[in-house]
Design a protein around this ligand. Structure first.
Ligand code: NAG
Ligand code: NAG
Length: 756
């Protein structure tokens, strides 16, 4: 036995050593400063490192803005807010005009002449949802800062509708059912000295000629949420003071440059949520004061070179379109661009000079696109870039010169380590050791001691141990790869995920999971039959048992090997979608082959789990029933057996339920925290493999007896005397037949309970 133990430990250590050396010999260290996160006393920081502001420390990219102070002067946690990104959200969610002064209380109207039915708030006149069809009568003529007519009814705005408009800065005609605007309808705004006009959420299909009079002072025009499909050259005539134009949520698909030409002072233009398909030269005139242009949520599939000519543009939003490629010089006409949002397109490729001409860019958003690799030369000229956002942390390899690159990791891996978390790293080793050692003991133990009774049960358990051993091997490989790549993971990341080792890892873990699940089901079935029909002669011949096992292994093997085939359904690297090579796919639940993954981890596990729970309940019931007939003798053992069953079922639940639930939740579209995913993959999924040998063999009475018998040959102090056994153990060893036998029925039952 001791030699056996020693042999196992040697094999284990040797195997790991071999794997470490073999993986290491494949990889050349590229980062000269492997693991150091902070370097001191260098005048120049190496690539991937950043200077603290006032001291000579160099810190790793990931330490910037990670919530922990690393520089003595705190400078690594300064300037961590990406203003461009926050501005994007501010622009996206415009505040309601009447909400701008929310903290001023509503009250009586300031103008005493009339008894208005409308609310006032200081100099604001709030006639919201009053079913008005014309302007309120007898409005004061001066000093109104806002006239809010939201929710009234003005289906047709004629020349006379607003004729008596008093002097007012802001006019709100939101939700007013406006479907037609006649020429000269807003003629009164010049005398009213109107600055802001809200016409959002109406049914306007087109704007009339001569809508606004010459020499008006309008600065803000909001036309969002209408049905405008066509823009004409006269639409924005006479709006030379306009600084903000909001046309979002309309049906605009194209326009020509004379549309925006009159808008010489425009600085903010929202064209998001329209139906624009293409941006080409001739659509926008040169606009020298434009600072923000939003073209998000359109159907744009291409942006031609020379389409933009905005020398002061700071923010360009192109998210949620259909761009599939970014060509050379696309952004050449926007030399001052600081923030560019290209999230949620279909970009799979950047030409090398895609960002030529936008050297001032500080923030670049590239999440939710299709590219899986990025040539570092694409971002090379963007030396002022401070924030970059990708879908996956491994793309940060192309942006080592950028101070903040998000995401910093995928929960399991980071740019530096395959297993980023120290606890995670330790757990992998612990799990791997328990799974390998425990299952090897079971395999050899059961091999040397072949109990004559329950041959098939023992065979099943040996196969279960083999299957669980595969999980141990998988974890060992991952743990070794983690050591090999420590500190420089991002350099090996792509190669590792595409490697055969990773595919083998994925194969091993899937094979182990599936065969283990099926074997547990089979073992449970076997137990169920022998408990509920103890007197029936066991008919399963050796061939049947072997056939069952062969079928089970065949199915698991086929399931695990399927993604290794070049089938287009699975894509090129099905297992390599993450650093630990699992096919669980929780971070990207609808990635290619998700149905397969769902079937594996939800369907099969669920069925097995339900079967196992029902079976053990049924067994317990059967044992209770027979216990009743025999009174007290079985009472004690009944509880022991129940507890044991409960533990078995509980570990199965603990292992599978979280996986099933998290997978379902992820498929339901809820974002799973990446760290939860890591724990699931490394700790929860293999827990059964580590515990099965303990549950099914190492703590059973027959195994303990075997060990005791062995140690009794060489008496030594540490051995516990059989007399001092706990009630739990003695009750189980009674079941091996030491107890006085009362009846044949009982003996049979005891025999069957002995291996639980
Ligand atoms: C860096 O040093 C300068 C001059 O000593 C000082 O004014 C500045 O506040 C320091 N910056 C930080 C971030 O400590
Ligand atoms: C884009 O620029 C790169 C580098 O200057 C060049 O090699 C490539 O051919 C260009 N692509 C096209 C389509 O012109």
């Amino acid at each position: 036995m001791t030699t056996l133990f020693r042999g196992i430990i040697y094999m284990f250590a040797f195997g790991c050593l071999f794997m470490v050396t073999s993986i290491n010999s494949l990889s050349l260290p590229i980062f000269a400063y492997g693991e150091d996160e902070i370097l001191i006393g260098l005048s120049e920081c190496p690539i991937g490192y950043f200077h603290c502001l006032n001291d000579t420390k160099c810190i790793l990219q990931k330490l910037n803005c990670d919530g922990q102070v690393d520089c003595d002067d705190n400078s690594d946690e300064m300037n961590c807010e990406d203003e461009h990104n926050s501005q994007y959200y501010d622009d996206l969610h415009r505040k309601q005009p009447h909400g701008l002064f929310d903290n001023t209380p509503k009250g009586r109207c300031f103008w005493k002449q009339e008894n208005y039915s409308c609310d006032c708030r200081g100099t604001q006149f709030l006639c919201r949802f009053k079913q008005l069809t014309e302007l309120p009568l007898n409005l004061p003529l001066f000093d109104i800062s806002m006239l809010d007519l939201t929710g009234n009814s003005f289906p047709v705005l004629t020349r006379s509708t607003l004729r008596n408009l008093p002097q007012v800065e802001m006019l709100v005609l939101k939700f007013c059912n406006i479907s037609e605007i006649q020429p000269f309808a807003f003629e009164s705004i010049r005398d009213a000295q109107l600055l802001e006009l809200y016409l959002d959420e109406n049914n306007i299909e087109r704007l009339p000629p001569n809508m606004f009079p010459a020499n008006n002072e309008l600065e803000v025009l909001i036309l969002s949420g209408n049905k405008i499909s066509e823009l004409h050259s006269y639409d924005f005539e006479n709006l030379e003071y306009l600084t903000e134009l909001d046309l979002r949520r309309n049906r605009i698909s194209t326009f020509s440059e004379d549309v925006f030409k009159p808008l010489a002072n425009l600085s903010i233009l929202h064209l998001n949520e329209n139906q624009i398909q293409k941006i080409e030269p001739g659509m926008f005139p040169p606009m020298n004061l434009l600072e923000t242009l939003s073209l998000a949520q359109n159907e744009i599939w291409t942006v031609d070179k020379d389409s933009f000519n905005f020398i002061n543009l700071r923010h360009l939003y192109l998210s949620g379109n259909r761009l599939y490629e970014v060509h050379n010089d696309t952004f050449q006409g926007v030399p001052r661009l600081e923030g560019l949002n290209l999230d949620d397109n279909k970009i799979y490729h950047f030409e090398l000079e895609a960002f030529r001409g936008v050297e001032n860019l500080t923030s670049l958003l590239l999440k939710g696109n299709r590219f899986e690799t990025l040539d570092p030369r694409v971002l090379q000229n963007l030396q002022n870039l401070k924030y970059i956002y990708f879908s996956s942390f491994h793309l940060c390899r192309a942006a080592l010169h950028v101070r903040v690159c998000e995401p910093k990791g995928d929960g399991i891996s980071s740019k530096h380590h395959l297993l980023d978390n120290t606890v995670l790293r330790g757990s992998v080793w612990v799990m791997a050791s328990i799974a390998v050692a425990g299952n090897l003991i079971v395999i050899f133990g059961r091999y040397f001691h072949n109990s004559r009774s329950h041959v098939e049960h023992s065979l099943y358990l040996r196969h279960l141990a083999i299957s669980d051993l595969l999980m141990g091997i998988y974890l060992t490989i991952i743990a070794c790869a983690d050591i090999a790549f420590r500190g420089e993971y991002i350099m090996h990341e792509a190669a590792w995920r595409a490697s055969i080792s990773c595919s083998i890892c994925g194969f091993l873990s899937t094979l182990s999971c599936q065969s283990s699940t099926l074997l547990l089901t089979l073992v449970t079935y076997d137990r169920l039959i022998s408990v509920i029909r103890p007197l029936q002669v066991r008919t399963a011949s050796k061939t049947v048992v072997i056939l069952r096992l062969a079928f089970l292994w065949g199915c698991s093997f086929a399931a695990a090997a399927a993604p290794l085939t070049a089938a287009p359904y699975f894509g090129a690297h099905f297992y390599g979608s993450n650093g630990v090579c699992l096919s669980l796919h929780i971070h990207d639940p609808y990635a290619r082959g998700w149905e397969y993954s769902a079937a594996m981890y939800i369907f099969i596990n669920m069925i097995s789990l339900v079967f196992i729970i029902i079976s053990y309940l049924r067994m317990l019931q059967a044992i209770r029933g027979s216990g009743e007939a025999m009174r007290s003798t079985l009472r004690g053992r009944e509880n022991v057996v129940a507890r044991r069953f409960a533990i078995i079922v509980a570990t199965d639940c603990a292992c599978w339920l979280p996986v099933i639930i998290v997978k379902l939740v992820a498929l339901g579209g809820i974002k799973i925290s990446p760290s939860l995913y890591a724990w699931l993959a490394v700790l929860v999924l293999p827990v059964n493999s580590a515990l099965n040998p303990v549950l099914y063999t190492l703590t059973t009475a027959s195994f303990k007896q075997q060990v005791k018998k062995y140690f009794h040959k060489f008496p030594c102090g540490a051995i516990v005397e059989p007399r001092s056994q706990t009630g739990y153990e003695s009750a189980l060893s009674i079941s091996l037949g030491h107890a006085p036998t009362n009846s044949g029925r009982k003996r049979l039952l005891q025999k069957n309970v002995s291996y639980v």
